[in-house]
Every structure is written in C-alpha cells, then in structure tokens.
Design a protein around this ligand. Structure first.
Ligand code: AHR
Length: 512
C-alpha cells in the first residue's frame, strides 16, 4: 500500500500521497526566505591527509599545482561552487599558534599535532597559504581562532594581521611577508568544541571567555567580523541556552556539531564499506536525528532571539566510521559509499528546510578525512558519491526557499521505522524550481503524482544519483562507478508532475 503514492502539490495547499495518506505540501511563493549558500560550506583541518597530501603537495611534486596547491582538487571544488572553507580546525585550532605559520617556510617552527596522530606539523601551510587557497577556490575563508591554548592578544593580533589596512605592527609584518593589502576575513570562530578538545570548559566559563576574546577581535574598516561562538555537542541543549542567555546578540552565529555514528558506539563505529541493512537503517536513523537537533536548538534560540538574527552554524557534520583498514587511526581516513550520498542529500534537505535559522554549515571534511568529497592517492583523485550530491544540490545556493509539508511513507526494518522520503525545494533567480528528493528505502520505489496547480512550468528535467548496492563506492581504479546521470522518471502529465523515485536514490528535478 505504501508503494503507490499520489502526491498532489498545490500552492499553499494539500497533497495526497497514496489513496490512504493525506500529504500536505505548501509552496509559498510570497515567502522571502533564502537558502544561504553558506549551508554548502566545507571544512579543512590539519588532520591526517586533508591539508598535507590533500590540498598541499610536496615542494617538487609532479602533481599539477600552483604554489604547492593541488589544481585538480581546486577545479573540482570550484565546480560545486564551494562557498566557504573552515580552517585550521577542529581540535587543531585550539592548539594552533598562527605566528608559527607565517614568514619564510624554512624558518617556521615545527610542532607536534597532538590531536591527530602525533605527527610533526612543519607549518608550511599557514595563513598566507590558506588564503591563497580560498582565493583560488573563489570562496570565503572561515578562520577558527584559538581560545583553548592561545591568548586574547594572539587572537587580536591575528585579526589585525588579516584585516587592518594601514600602518600597524601586524600590517607591517604582513607586508614584509609579501601581502600589502588585507584579506578582509569576516567569518571568525571563537574557539572550537570548548566543551571538549577546546578546553573542557563549562558553558558559563566559556561564555565569559567568549566575550573577552570576541571583544578584542576587532572590526576593522571593510571587515566587520561575523563572530561565531563555539556551540553545543549534539543534544547539549544547556550549552545553547547558556550561550544565548550570556552572549546573545554579541555573536553572529552559534555552532552545533553532530556526527552520524552507524553503530552508536564511538569505540567501534562501523565500517564505511561493509554493513548490512540493519546497520544501514541505524545509520540513517542517526542521520535523521539532525532534524530533531536543529529543531530543538532553534527553539531555544527563538526564545532569546525571535527575529532570528543569530545563525545556527552546523560547522561539523557527516558520517564518522572506523578508518580504512591499514591506515593511521589518527588520520580518520574513510571510504565513501552510496550510503554517504543518502546522508548528504538528507542532511542538506534538513538544512534547507531550516534555512530560517541555519545560515551556515560545514561538512567534515573536504579531502581524505571523514565524509570526504575528494580522496587522493599520489597523482590520482576520486570524487566521492558525497561530492556528487553537492554538485546536484548547488542549485539551492542562495535560492528562494519553498516550504514543503507532507507525510512520508515509512521505511521499516524489524520493529523500527523511519520516514523513507525527504524533500526540499527552492526557486532560483531565473524562476526555475528545484526539488531535491531522497528515497532512503533500499527496496521500494516511491511513486509521486504532484499537482503544481498555480505554478507555471512547461518542462521537467532531472538528475539522479544511485547505484546497485548501498555499499558501492568509487575507487582509484573505478572512479566513476557512482556518478550523477540523467533522470528520466519524471514527466508532465496534464497538470500533474509524475515521478517514479527509485529505491536508495537522490533525485534533483528542475521545473521551468
Ligand atoms: O572533524 C574531526 C574532529 O571532530 C574535529 O577536529 C573536532 O572539532 C571534532 O571533534
């Protein structure tokens, strides 16, 4: 019965999904809410092979590069319109002393990366290199400042170094290091996971510290900082409450970190490539927890900030599995399957649907770490299924949000069930409507019949990401096993949009 769905979409109206289930889908064209492009942001930490051997190649490398920045990686990220890149951590940020990463590279001090594998960090990739990377990517930098082990003065001087245009001690050193003009960085993190690796603080203690650090991280001409406070771990609602109460409008954004752990067990998280349907189900259930987290954190924020001026910034999210066998456990290198693509599509739908409060998000992490977009091996590069989702969903960036309400069919395993279908929609500046649909059910397709009465459209086209098995992956020897392809399962039939949504798939439709 759940297999045959009739979905009727009307403007501000009611939808029917199968003979029994009444589904409401509202497309409110008067709505002015925009899906911020910064929801589609990324994260690059000095961790494992993300920076070194990911973005950054050896001095005499034969891999095509510009100033040691890998060009194939840059081109791939430009193609998905990467809007911002967070750096240098993560946990690493609270142990990073930025002055070690400027000036002649052969004179930069080395340090131990105590968080990630105990390897020696040579500081060859520092402030100038990161900002050169952002320039090449044409994306905005998001710098995370050190609260855990750094001083207020250190953070204040970093901001001066980056943003002051004039004669000052830091601007002079910047010029000596080859950069006359300031970069004007505005996204500014004040610590990371201050409840954990960033100092194991209480919420009250952190909020006092936040105010000290944030006060002296100054706004220089043309570079007003968007200060971002270190927010909650998953469902730590007290942390959000305390930050809203004590910091309030002194911040532009407040973060939330949540990782999908397949097994719910941090000591044995589960394999990235070998899992059965039960583990797939529990993974997707954990992924869908993001909906609850964003809803509940937003409700707390609404109490203190009803006009929604403070952004919820989900600047670490994604699936976290066991590392690939044989790799350094401190490097967090994991493969990426069709399951990861379904997680990405679902999570981005959740963020789109909460774009009144979620204004920024950063997948962890861009290259070779956790739910990576890109894997590299010497001169080879693989675009993961997750990468292809960001390619499909880029149409939502800065588009007008179209709210949707509906009742989903269920995906049932044993005595447990989750919604099989999740959706989000937007309208871009040309008037084109994009609907992204995810079917989490690995066995059953979903048939949708949607009445778009009131919306003017003549054609529907689409793209799909799916594969025969949930465990399918792209490898260096078979890099294109999973990739987007033309979707021919949608058609206009009279006034109806009819869609046959295959099992375990992500589809993005364009209506014009
Ligand atoms: O993304 C990996 C790590 O996860 C980050 O360094 C930290 O902030 C989080 O615990």
């Amino acid at each position: 019965m759940k297999k045959l769905l009739l979905l009727i979409i009307t403007l501000g109206s009611t939808i029917y999904v199968n003979a029994q289930t009444e589904v409401k889908l509202t497309i409110n064209q008067a709505n002015e809410q925009v899906i911020s492009k910064h929801i589609y942001g990324h994260f690059s930490e000095h961790l494992g092979r993300c920076i070194y051997d990911g973005f950054w190649v050896d001095e005499n490398s034969s891999i095509p590069n510009k100033g040691r920045i890998r060009l194939d990686v840059v081109d791939a990220l430009k193609k998905i319109n990467i809007p911002n890149l967070r750096w240098p951590g993560g946990c690493f940020a609270d142990e990073y002393h930025w002055r070690d990463g400027i000036g002649p590279r052969n004179q930069r001090p080395k340090m131990v990366n105590t968080n990630w594998g105990g390897v020696t960090e040579d500081n060859s990739f520092g402030t100038h290199e990161f900002l050169e990377l952002c320039d090449m990517l044409k994306c905005e930098p998001y710098v995370a400042g050190n609260v855990g082990s750094g001083t207020v003065e250190e953070m204040a001087k970093w901001v001066e170094y980056l943003n002051f245009d004039g004669v000052s001690p830091m601007a002079t050193i910047r010029a000596q290091n080859g950069r006359e003009k300031p970069w004007k960085v505005t996204f500014w993190g004040v610590g990371n996971e201050s409840w954990g690796c960033g100092g194991h603080m209480t919420a009250d203690y952190y909020t006092d510290l936040y105010k000290r650090y944030a006060t002296y991280a100054r706004d220089y001409a043309g570079a007003p900082l968007k200060r971002i406070a270190s927010g909650a771990n998953a469902d730590d609602y007290n942390w959000t409450e305390t930050c809203m109460k004590n910091i309030g409008s002194r911040m532009w954004g407040l973060t939330l970190h949540y990782y999908t752990i397949p097994t719910n067990n941090w000591k044995a998280k589960g394999s990235a490539t070998q899992f059965n349907e039960e583990e797939y189900f529990s993974t997707m259930k954990n992924c869908l927890k993001m909906e609850e987290l964003v809803t509940k954190h937003s409700a707390i924020m609404d109490k203190y900030d009803p006009k929604k001026k403070v952004a919820l910034v989900v600047d670490e999210w994604g699936i976290w599995t066991d590392v690939e066998p044989g790799t350094n456990p401190g490097f967090l290198y994991q493969q990426n399957s069709l399951r990861d693509a379904l997680i990405a599509g679902t999570t981005l739908n959740i963020f789109n649907n909460h774009s009144d409060r979620v204004k920024m998000a950063n997948l962890a992490q861009t290259v070779n770490v956790l739910q990576a977009l890109i894997l590299t091996e010497k001169d080879k590069m693989v675009l993961t299924p997750t990468y292809h989702i960001f390619d499909l969903y880029k149409v939502h960036q800065d588009a007008k949000y179209l709210p949707i309400a509906f009742t989903s069919p269920e995906y049932i395993v044993g005595n447990n069930k989750i919604p099989a279908l999740n959706v989000s929609a937007s309208q871009d500046s040309t008037g084109a409507i994009h609907i992204s649909l995810v079917n989490l059910d690995p066995k059953n397709k979903i048939s949708l019949s949607t009445d778009l009465d009131g919306l003017k459209w003549k054609t529907v086209t689409g793209q799909i990401l799916t594969s025969a098995k949930l465990t399918d992956i792209n490898t260096f020897s078979n890099p294109d096993k999973i990739r987007n392809s033309k979707f021919s399962g949608a058609k206009k039939s009279g006034n109806l949009l009819k869609v046959e949504l295959p099992s375990q798939s992500v589809v993005v439709l364009e209506l014009k």
